[in-house]
Design a binder for this molecule. Structure first.
Ligand code: CDP
Length: 454
């Protein structure tokens, strides 16, 4: 047993019909990592043991009878009573749990064992897995992260919200998924296994920040909140579709706010920092661009912002100069900004850390961000950069129209009353005019490292 994990007892519920599957490799990575951390392990291989997932009529009739309701599932019940860490490894099918695993929840999470039924005093069920202080999900999805999030990620939520609700109040969670499995490559799978190994670390007692451990189940500041409900579970991800909830270097929340005028280099720097530190990234300009595009299609601005869907952010025309202008026009409308605030704030404080780039991240969205950068460059340099980006897709574009466009947008963004473009008082101003991309990223990374916990 490792010193800092002396009490770690992990029950791994594994569910895949094919022993040669990538999910089996994920399971092995999880087990190897837990073993290295000194955990005691038990594995339940649902297909391997031919688990019957169907709750029978008799079982339903005796469901609440805590004397007999674990008959036939004794080993599973014993595992649940024994463990302090519960890990699920499975493929996501139809956005949810494989039937076999759903059946395991139905048949094994019994009253008296996993939770307590409502009684005269309590109207709600109460947690029974109160020894479980670590809960993790490792999965694969054929769909993209966006589509899965849009459907509501029922499998992930069933476990990390539903099952977590019956665990200890301070239960930590960890999650890693490989999306777009059907177009996965050896490289993306290898990257994912590395991410799985890093994510397992979050479960090891003593390697998680106190802040994360103290988070209560209810009232998490990154929990579901009112407003922007449709975008509540969305954000941007790395291009291979990998999920970074596992947090590779940052535990708990850690926000990097990057603001600045158009084409100053903030997007490039943000993406590079997200990649370097394993953080989630949100290009908030895209929210305004997508809103502006819907308005250009004839929708009212506030309706467009309030009803923003992940699919709206995937339109192919959002990067154009016209979309930029449309964005800056709707961005001056206070109600449009209000409709997008909650989503951005939740994204900013997500577990594992986040980078957001925009115009008002350090001043309005996240004034408490751990790192604030304000990225600038002179007008001509910015125009040249943007021209280089757009010229291929728009041969009619000229450098002078790009320059005009940027200046018009800067003016509108700086002069508007609602959340104008300006540096936060405590932001570090980074002038990238004479910097290469590498130099700018290095300077920004140095500012991040200086503020990173631990
Ligand atoms: O990439 P670029 O810097 O040209 O623009 P963007 O970040 O995609 O933002 C497009 C427009 O959205 C900006 O000109 C702003 O008017 C608006 N925006 C905003 O008001 N607040 C943000 N946090 C992000 C963008």
């Amino acid at each position: 047993m490792g010193e800092d994990s002396a009490e770690m007892r992990a029950l791994v519920i594994y569910c895949h019909p094919d022993p040669q599957s990538f999910t089996a490799a994920v399971r092995d990575t999880v087990l190897a990592r837990l073993e290295t951390a000194g955990a005691e392990l038990r594995v339940i291989d649902l297909y391997g043991e031919g688990f019957d997932p169907a709750l029978s009529r008799t079982e339903l009739q005796t469901y609440a009878d805590t004397v007999v309701n674990t008959r036939g599932i004794e080993a599973h019940a014993a595992g649940l009573e024994w463990c302090d860490t519960l890990v699920f490894v499975y493929p996501t099918w139809w956005y949810g749990l494989p039937g076999m695993l759903k059946g395991w929840l139905d048949r094994v999470l019994m009253p008296g064992l996993a939770f307590h039924m409502p009684d005269a005093e309590h109207r709600l069920i109460r947690p029974g897995l109160t020894r479980v202080t670590g809960l993790a999900v490792f999965t694969t999805c054929g769909a993209s992260w966006w589509l899965t999030a849009w459907v509501g990620a029922p499998g992930k939520h069933q476990l990390l919200r539903g099952v977590r609700a019956i665990c200890a109040p301070n239960c930590r969670t960890a999650f890693a998924a490989h999306y777009l499995m059907d177009s996965s490559t050896p490289a993306s799978r290898a990257r994912h296994l590395a991410r799985v190994a890093a994510t397992v670390e979050r479960l090891v007692p003593g390697r998680t920040s106190g802040r994360l451990r103290r988070l209560p189940f209810l009232g998490r500041r990154d929990g579901p909140a009112a407003g922007s409900a449709r975008l509540a579970e969305t954000g941007t991800r790395r291009q291979d579709g990998s999920d970074q909830d596992g947090g590779r270097r940052v535990q708990g929340s850690f926000t990097i706010a990057i603001d600045g005028p158009a084409a100053s280099g903030k997007g490039t720097i943000s993406r590079a920092l997200a990649e370097k530190f394993g953080l989630a990234h949100l290009d908030t300009g895209l929210l305004y661009r997508a809103t502006g595009a819907k308005v250009a299609d004839g929708m009212a601005p506030i309706t467009a912002a309030e009803g923003l869907m992940p699919a709206d952010l995937e339109r192919g025309d959002l990067r154009s100069a016209e979309a930029g202008q449309a964005a800056s026009r709707v961005a001056a409308i206070p109600e449009v900004r209000t409709a997008l605030v909650d989503f951005q704030r939740r994204f900013a404080r997500r577990q594992g850390g986040a980078v957001l780039d925009g115009r008002d991240i350090g001043t309005v969205i996240c004034p408490e961000a751990e790192v604030k950068l304000y990225v600038v460059a002179d007008d001509e340099t910015r125009a040249k950069r943007r021209f280089a980006e757009l010229a291929a897709s728009n041969p009619e574009l000229t450098l002078s129209t790009v320059l005009e466009d940027l200046r018009a947008r800067d003016r509108r963004d700086s002069e508007r009353a609602a959340s104008p473009l300006k540096p936060a008082e405590d932001a570090l101003v980074l002038d990238t005019t004479r910097m290469s991309i590498d130099e700018a990223v290095e300077a920004a990374a140095a500012a991040v490292v200086a503020r990173m916990p631990g």
